[in-house]
Design a protein around this ligand. Structure first.
Ligand code: ACO
Length: 371
């Protein structure tokens, strides 16, 4: 077919802007039912995973995708080694990053993982994020990074790397719940990005760096920090309604509300609300946040009565992560620590089964000779 003939054929096709209804991959990793408000992760409803360790979730997601199958105990051991290795690789790079923000530093450190790394790359990618995230958060407070403790669970060591003290078991449980909750979510923007890169055979680290770059935007994983900014800006109960009304009247978005797929409440919001409710550190915020949420939902319903926007995962993410002790600048990086489970599994799945992902575009520019 000539170039002109191809252009003619494509000209007749409609453009799937936002790719809303396009099914671009088959996966056994997760399923999002936006009408029913259901998230299934490798055969389990999200709420069934709420009290699993992150290692158990990784066992589920990585099952049948790696040359050597690993149970949760072996994954825990392998992640310990990966954290230690990531700490060694990070040390010479960290001092040069002070001018970057938290997610930019994580982007740079992750992209420094070498393709010839001897540890399995999916384990290394998951192991590295808490080490980098905690060191980045400490650097912002003028503190030196802590050496990982390979004998601890991933969530335990994540919190210890942050504060240099053993975390309480309720905080570890809340972080495990958070990491499990955000571990995978269908073909979201960052996972799709990672799969596109994996489809070119660029390798695990390049693929997950791409995932992080997509996650960083405020329409995806950049929202939870701004949720706390919003709660702080509202400040008092009296100010809830006027603040939210003015914000919507200015055409601005309320952070932590709305979702491309869910038409009902995001099931992850409930699991995280439960997790934060069990922490004494979260009690002050949660009462106020609940009142903000109720008024926001009321106003959003007035705005769009036929399809009212609902609370999304980021609203309660902000409360959980604050309660377990992360500074808000770290929130996107902690999200990446959980979503790394899904990104690595999707990259492995894409490498096993996928073809090069290469859609078409419809040319609307000028044609040669028509200038
Ligand atoms: N507050 C107010 N209005 C909103 C919001 C919101 N949070 N979200 C969407 N709208 C409005 C839009 O202004 C638009 O109105 P219009 O039709 O009058 O122009 C309409 O709802 C549809 O918006 P779209 O941007 O087309 O919806 P989309 O499905 O693309 O957006 C998104 C989904 C990006 C999550 C959006 O709801 C949003 O920006 N939310 C706030 C940021 C946020 O919480 N992000 C985290 C998402 S969860 C995650 O990625 C893990």
């Amino acid at each position: 077919m000539t170039i002109n003939a191809v252009a003619q054929t494509l000209a007749g096709q409609s453009v799937a802007a936002g790719l809303d209804d396009v099914v671009a991959a088959e996966t056994r990793l997760s399923h999002v039912d936006g009408q029913a408000g259901e998230l299934i992760i490798s055969g389990f409803h999200l709420h069934q995973l709420a009290d699993w360790s992150f290692e158990q979730v990784l066992e589920l997601l990585w099952r049948d995708l790696t040359p050597e199958p690993m149970d949760a105990a072996r994954i825990r051991e392998a992640l310990g080694k990966a954290r230690v290795r990531a700490h060694t690789l990070m040390q010479p790079l960290l001092p040069g990053l002070a001018h970057l923000n938290a997610v930019e530093r994580l982007r740079l450190l992750l992209s420094a993982l070498p393709d010839e790394e001897h540890l399995p790359h999916h384990v290394m990618a998951v192991g590295a994020v808490p080490v980098f995230t905690a060191a980045i958060a400490r650097q912002a407070s003028g503190l030196k990074p802590i050496a990982p403790d390979a004998s601890l669970s991933h969530a335990e060591d994540f919190l210890k790397l942050l504060r240099n003290e053993m975390p309480t078991s309720d905080k570890v449980t809340a972080l495990d719940t958070y990491l499990a909750t955000v571990s995978d979510h269908g073909l979201n923007a960052s996972t799709f990005t990672a799969r596109v890169i994996a489809s070119t055979k660029a390798g695990m680290f390049s693929s997950v760096v791409g995932g992080l770059c997509a996650l960083k935007g405020p329409l995806h994983g950049g929202a939870p920090g701004p949720v706390l900014d919003m709660l702080d800006a509202i400040g008092t109960e009296k100010n809830i309604r006027p603040w939210l009304t003015d914000t919507l009247a200015r055409g601005e978005r309320l952070m932590g509300f709305g979702h491309r797929i869910y038409r009902v409440r995001d099931p992850r919001a409930n699991v995280l609300k439960g997790a934060v409710s069990r922490l004494k550190e979260g009690s002050e915020r949660i009462g106020f946040a609940g009142k903000v949420e109720a008024v926001a939902l009321e106003l959003l319903k007035e705005k769009k009565p036929l399809r009212p926007l609902q609370t999304n995962v980021e609203f309660y993410t902000a409360l959980v992560l604050e309660a377990v002790g992360f500074p808000r600048e770290s929130f996107t990086n902690v999200f990446a620590a959980g979503r790394m489970a899904g990104w690595t599994a999707h990259v492995l799945e894409q490498e096993q089964t996928g073809r090069l992902i290469r859609p078409q575009s419809r040319y609307i520019g000028q044609r040669a000779g028509s200038f």
